[in-house]
Design a protein around this ligand. Structure first.
Ligand code: F6R
Length: 605
């Protein structure tokens, strides 16, 4: 969702900020804006545009020089996408400029109060109240003005503020929306996402909630909203600028699907312990005695991460014999759940910033629960909030829809399940068997990726469908859920997923030649049951595309995938269906990396 980028130094700031905004485009947005100044300039210069960053760029005048600036990509919440509603927001005297990610919950109330005092609003946004509050503060310093304004704000924010009377600095603050400082040589950067920083510096400071910072060209200072110094020190980010490039692929989604053998190799690297047929997970912060005392595991995530959590729960239950289930974090936090001290909670999130997951974690922590994170982005809010966890090491995922992070998250769950299993009752023999299976995964994924041409042909055949059904049983069901989500997100074909065992309890009524079914049919103890479901569909003249370990007689087409251990099969069976969704959407001419109405990181409710 919304993105922030800012710079203070000696370079011409507008091109730098526009490039930064382009790197944030993947998060999803509907308008953009930029404001610049320089130590010698008389005021602030601003340009905004509804639409893409290239529309903004086209509007930037030739004379737009400056060495300090902030810029923003907006995802509309309060007020429609438009030039005026785009950020930055300036006060009537053009002195204060604010860019903001998050939502001001009490915006209506503050707006009414300010209007009663004579303030005229230019936009419909919640952000503009912050600008006016800062502009009206009588405090002597910009830091104090911002601090005073924030005392009135309820809600979430990541903000960057410039002031014409204090043009040697940018002041930033964070509460629930990420703010990362990039530390350069006599230049400083700020962004809501390291993606906008890594071409310039890999030295970063991630602000905590309740933290602020002042950036000057050759110096930065961090402190709390009450003014106490926090002395944050920079850390080095591991992701390189090249990881954000398309690398010769036509889309990020294709690149990220193709990266899966390497990504899986990374999540396994350095973690396998052959001597004890287990794995080491350094960041878990859970000793063997504590691990043995867990009575239940509850996994929370949203969308694709929730689906990864469903597979994770079945891996944990199967290998560690601990009752485990997964639930959408967005539902969990609104049903006043019973928080049990013997339950281990696991929050799953690629971005580590998804608001619903973060809010669930905070609520659990408040009630004294132990929460682990299974997260991709190192140092993200959920990773920091959790008591420990497992990083999934998929590398940056730029495409709005998740592919490699899903696969790596499931592998991370397999590692956690093996670890817990070997502390409890999983035998050495079974531990060895799972480890051998895990080691085979990167090569088997390579093999699946080689069948892309065949999958592309199948996708062309099914691309005309109005609707598709996805079915799977037990381990295959979350694979069906995820494959149907992938298809609907990028092709906009209606797709629904059902447990194969539930067909005759309702959805069988839908089966007819125009509604194709994608069936997950692993060679495991449920093979005959799955085949029976195919018979039922065939008897009603339904078309079937099976993903299986051997050609299925009742299916019109079968994508054959290599067999692994039963527990690990779901990891492989999802991969051809990522390619299937991709090629279906491509055949339909969709904007694959930026599907309509969706954002990469959902930092609001
Ligand atoms: C779908 C997709 C979303 C995300 C969901 C949670 O392809 O990517 O469903 O999985 O928005 O995001 P994270 O994992 O960042 O918490």
């Amino acid at each position: 969702m919304c993105g922030i980028v800012g710079y203070i130094g000696k370079r011409d700031v507008a091109p730098l900020l526009l490039e930064g905004l382009q790197r944030l485009e993947y998060r999803g947005y509907d308008s953009a804006g930029i404001v610049v100044t320089s130590p010698k300039a008389a005021g602030l210069k601003m340009v905004k545009a509804k639409g893409r960053v290239r529309d903004l760029e086209a509007r930037v005048p030739k004379r737009f020089a400056g060495t300090t600036g902030i810029a923003h990509t907006r995802w509309a919440t309060h007020g429609a996408p438009s030039d005026v509603n785009a950020h930055p927001h300036l006060d009537p005297e053009n002195k204060v400029a604010v860019v903001h990610n998050g939502i001001v919950d009490n915006a209506a109330e503050l707006r009414a109060k300010l209007e009663a005092e004579g303030v005229v609003f230019a936009s419909e946004t919640d952000t503009e109240v912050i600008t006016h509050l800062i502009a009206r503060s009588q405090a002597d310093s910009l830091e104090e003005k911002v601090r005073e304004a924030l005392k009135h704000i309820e809600g979430t924010y990541g903000i960057a503020v410039m002031h014409a009377d204090f043009n040697d600095r940018i002041v930033v603050a964070r509460n629930g929306s990420p703010v990362v400082l990039g530390i350069g040589e006599k230049e400083m950067f700020v962004a809501s996402d390291v993606a906008a920083l890594v071409t310039h510096t890999r030295q970063v400071v991630t602000l905590d909630d309740g933290e602020m910072a002042t950036l000057k060209a050759d110096d930065f200072r961090t402190y709390t909203t009450s003014g106490a110094s926090t002395n944050a020190t920079p850390e080095t980010v591991e992701w390189e600028a090249a990881s954000y490039d398309m690398g010769g692929h036509d889309t990020y989604m294709h690149k990220e699907i193709s990266e899966q053998p390497d990504a899986v190799d990374r999540v396994l690297r350095g973690r396998i312990d052959d001597r004890f047929s287990t794995v080491h997970l350094g960041g878990l912060n859970l000793d063997a005695r504590e691990a043995r005392s867990i009575r239940r595991i509850k996994i929370l995530g949203c969308g694709t991460s929730y689906h990864a959590g469903l597979i994770g729960a079945s891996l944990i239950e199967g290998m560690a014999r601990i009752p485990a289930d997964a639930e959408p974090a967005s539902e969990f936090r609104y049903r006043n759940p019973v928080v049990d001290p013997d339950t281990l909670y696991i929050a799953v999130s690629q971005s580590g910033e998804t608001y619903d997951v973060l809010a669930a974690v905070q609520e659990l922590k408040r009630k004294g629960a132990r929460v682990l994170g299974v997260v991709n982005v190192v140092g993200s809010a959920i990773a920091r909030e959790a008591d420990g966890g497992v990083y999934v090491h998929a590398g940056p995922e730029v495409c709005v829809v998740s592919t490699k992070c899903f696969t790596n998250t499931v592998v991370a769950f397999a590692l956690l399940a093996l670890h817990l299993g070997r502390i409890r009752d999983l035998s050495v023999t079974d531990g060895k068997r799972i480890i051998e299976g895990l080691r085979k995964l990167p090569g088997q994924i390579e093999e699946i990726l080689k069948s892309e041409d065949e999958i592309e042909k199948l996708a062309a055949e099914y691309a005309g469908a109005q609707s598709m059904m996805f079915i799977g049983r037990v381990r295959g069901y979350p694979v069906a859920l995820e494959a149907s989500l992938k298809l609907k997100e990028i092709s906009y074909i209606h797709a629904e997923a059902y447990p194969a065992s539930e067909l005759k309890h309702g959805p069988l009524a839908l089966i007819e030649p125009a509604l194709p079914t994608v069936a997950i049919v692993p060679d495991d103890d449920l093979l005959e049951k799955n085949r029976a479901a195919l018979e039922e569909i065939k008897a009603r003249s339904g078309r079937i595309l099976a993903v299986a370990h051997q050609p299925q007689e009742k299916a019109d087409h079968t994508i054959v995938v290599p067999k692994n251990e039963d527990e690990l099969d779901p990891i492989l069976m999802g991969i051809p269906l990522q390619l299937f969704a991709y090629h279906t959407a491509l055949a339909m001419g969709r904007d694959i990396d930026k599907p309509r109405n969706l954002a990469k990181s959902v930092t609001v409710e």
